[in-house]
Design a protein around this ligand. Structure first.
Ligand code: TPP
Ligand code: DXP
Ligand code: MG
Length: 640
């Protein structure tokens, strides 16, 4: 590490530096990120884009008395380096290490928990209004939000509230033209027009100082001016028109990599007694040539970096001898193309997770059947509802965790109207390094309660293909969930089959104990069965396939023939699949054997490698086998 950054142990240490030194610190942060993230992996391009922003902000505020909030938080590594976590950066996203995003439990400088996009402005309005009422009127509040996160509707709600209140706060709109993929939508086009027009970078400088001094509600004042004057002023105003009509002062476009320019804009903004947005232009991947000079593809590729993908510059590891099983994501994307070929009514919808969901495959093959709504999950479901009402068979491909944001649209707009929308939830279960904000662990519980909803989960990638096909033939809402990562290595079907809805299947016949898995729980059940067989306990293994409707006759039969029924699911136990089984047996009046529910605990599971997380929560074949053996061997049925 070079000299200046080694002197920054607290953000206030920046206050003593000259602007040239601050610019140097930003570059040193960048170099530290490239070396560190290149070695351990993690979010990358966005962090290279915020080095100067973080230095400029922290050089002018007194954190945490003054507040800086990072939307999503995937771009907050420079902020973490400058706020006392420089020497721990190498632990980020690792089990027991720094959190993947901002975390109020980790640092007083992390003002809000983050991970899901578009929340920072909303927090900032609440924080500033509370400060105004709590004796901290002069406290500065800055929200840093990307152009992608700005496409999330909740950000618009906050802009409107702050404009209405005239809340004296600052938003830094960190505009690099990228979400994970290139940004989409009319707002993005507007920002690109402004950001990419150098004539607008300086033309308004003198005017802007005055604009920030104007009282809130200035938009209304102009209504009283003659149209000609208004038109001529709007020529200056065009870049910030959307903001200024909502009573925000607009400063921009500022070079987000120029610490001096950013500080000048921030000082102007801090002096204003109204909401101010600083629209800054940055490069996602700044300072790392494969991203910065790699065009849109390069910036998308380096949104995150794999371990040892940069510093070593070692060639990709030679192909493993036996080809690894395909990722569920890839299998889904390919299956979507097949389904679109079979049925012209099928369309795919993503909320800014083009490659993450695999719909990038559909986009390439059949772009006219592909829609990206931006980081706007609620809109994704409303769009799907509208399309379903108009004879289409929409597939909303949204990570389990991100779908949480659209819960009311699922209830109110899809299920209540019994519309044929298919929800494909990738990243169901413990996702690993992204931690508690991204684990997809609630979907079974939060969808199971909805009338008209069908829930299913494939035990492997072949079943994913069959289940997608089945879902598209259900005249109503259907959701399927599958984990992040590779499948089981089974052969993929050339032609999908329809699975009778609400039916499970017996995979192994045994006695005394029946292990009933759901989704990824089936693999754990088979593993536990193997271990138990080695110990002389031959158990039955069943794949439930559906969590709603359950295969009640199968469950009742298993209950009648076994003394212990074990349900296994990679979701929270509260209200999950195991609860559904318990309810079904009780409702059926089946002789309820002892029931052991294996799943995720009633707490938020930390970040780290999935295997370590599974170990921590006991979601492993070994742990399941131990618990079954203890239950079977201990007649008192004490479940550990
Ligand atoms: C609700 C929600 N949906 C999707 C995501 C996945 N996601 C993480 S970062 C990102 C792109 C953010 O783009 P932008 O705000 O412009 O930041 P940049 O990476 O360009 O700096 C997306 C879609 C998320 N974190 N939250
Ligand atoms: C910050 C964010 O939300 C995304 O970058 C997310 O980390 C992607 O997750 P996957 O790597 O599982 O696609
Ligand atoms: Mg962006």
């Amino acid at each position: 590490m070079t000299k200046l950054l080694s002197r920054i142990d607290r953000p206030q240490d920046l206050h003593a530096l000259s602007e040239d030194e601050l610019q140097t610190v930003a570059q040193e942060v960048r170099e530290l990120l490239i070396d560190t993230v290149g070695e351990i992996g993690g979010h990358f391009g966005a962090n290279l884009g915020t080095c100067e922003i973080a230095v400029a902000v922290h050089s002018l505020i007194d954190s945490p008395r003054d507040k800086v909030l990072w939307d999503v938080g995937h771009q907050a590594y420079p902020h973490k380096v400058l706020t006392g976590r420089r020497d721990e950066l190498g632990t980020i996203r690792r089990y027991g290490g720094l959190a993947p995003f901002c975390s109020i439990a980790e640092s007083e400088h992390d003002i809000m928990g983050a991970g899901h996009a578009s929340t920072s402005i909303g927090y900032a309005v609440g924080i500033k209004e509370a400060m105004l009422r709590g004796g901290a009127e002069d406290g500065k509040v800055v929200a840093v939000i990307g152009d992608g996160a700005m496409t999330g509707g909740v950000a618009f709600e906050a802009v409107s509230q702050a404009g209405g209140l005239g809340t004296p706060m600052v938003v830094i709109l960190n505009d690099n033209g990228m979400s994970i993929a290139p940004n989409v939508g009319a707002l993005s086009r507007y920002m690109n027009r402004v950001r990419l027009d150098p004539g607008l970078w300086e033309a308004r400088e003198g005017v802007e100082e005055k604009l920030t001094k104007l009282p809130a509600g200035i938009g209304a004042a102009f209504e009283r001016l003659g149209p000609r004057f208004k038109e001529s002023v709007k020529a200056f105003w065009a870049p910030g028109l959307w903001w200024e009509e909502l009573d925000w002062a607009y400063l921009g476009v500022i070079d987000g990599h120029d610490v001096r320019a950013m500080r000048r804009a921030l000082r102007t903004a801090f002096e204003a007694e109204r909401p101010v947005v600083i629209h800054c232009a940055t490069v996602k991947g700044k300072g790392f040539a494969p991203a910065e000079n790699g065009g849109l593809e390069g910036m998308e590729k380096w949104h995150a970096a794999k371990p040892k993908s940069i510093a070593s510059r070692r060639p990709a590891p030679s192909r493993p001898s036996s080809p690894a099983p395909p990722q569920y994501t890839q299998v889904f994307g390919d299956a979507m193309v097949r389904e679109c070929e079979r049925d012209p009514r099928v369309i795919g919808i993503t909320a800014a997770m083009n490659s993450g969901t695999g719909l990038s495959i559909l986009q390439k093959a059949m772009p006219e059947r592909y829609f990206d709504v931006g980081i706007a999950e609620q809109q994704a479901i409303l769009f799907a509802a509208g399309a379903a009402l108009t004879g289409m068979r929409p597939v909303a491909a949204i990570y389990s965790t991100f779908l949480q944001r659209a819960f009311d649209q699922i209830v109110h707009d899809v299920c209540l109207q019994n519309l044929p929308v298919t929800f494909c939830m990738d990243r169901a279960g413990l996702v690993g390094d992204d931690g508690p904000t991204h684990h997809g662990v609630f979907d079974i519980a939060y969808l199971r309660a909805l009338p008209h909803m069908t829930l299913m989960a494939p035990r492997d990638e072949a079943m994913l293909v069959h289940m997608l096909h089945t879902a598209l033939h259900i005249d109503g809402p259907a959701a399927l969930r599958y984990p992040r990562g590779a499948g089981e290595g089974v052969e993929l079907p050339s032609t999908p089959v329809l699975i009778p809805v609400g039916t499970g299947e017996i995979l192994r016949e045994g006695e005394r104990v029946a292990l009933v898995g759901y989704g990824s729980g089936v693999g754990k059940a088979l593993g536990a069965a193997d271990l138990l067989a080695e110990r002389g306990v031959d158990v039955t293994v069943a794949d439930a396939r559906f969590a709603k409707p359950l295969d009640a006759p199968l469950l009742a039969a298993l209950a009648a023939e076994h003394e212990l029924l074990v349900t296994i699911e990679e979701g929270v136990l509260a209200g999950g699949f195991g609860s559904a089984v318990w309810e079904s047996l009780s409702d059926e009046g089946a002789l309820a054997p002892r029931i052991l529910r294996v799943g995720l605990p009633d707490r938020y599971v930390t970040h780290g490698a999935p295997a370590l997380l599974h170990e921590e929560v006991g979601f492993t074949a070994e742990r399941i086998a131990e618990r079954v053996e203890a239950a079977v061997l201990d007649p008192r049925g004490s479940f550990a």
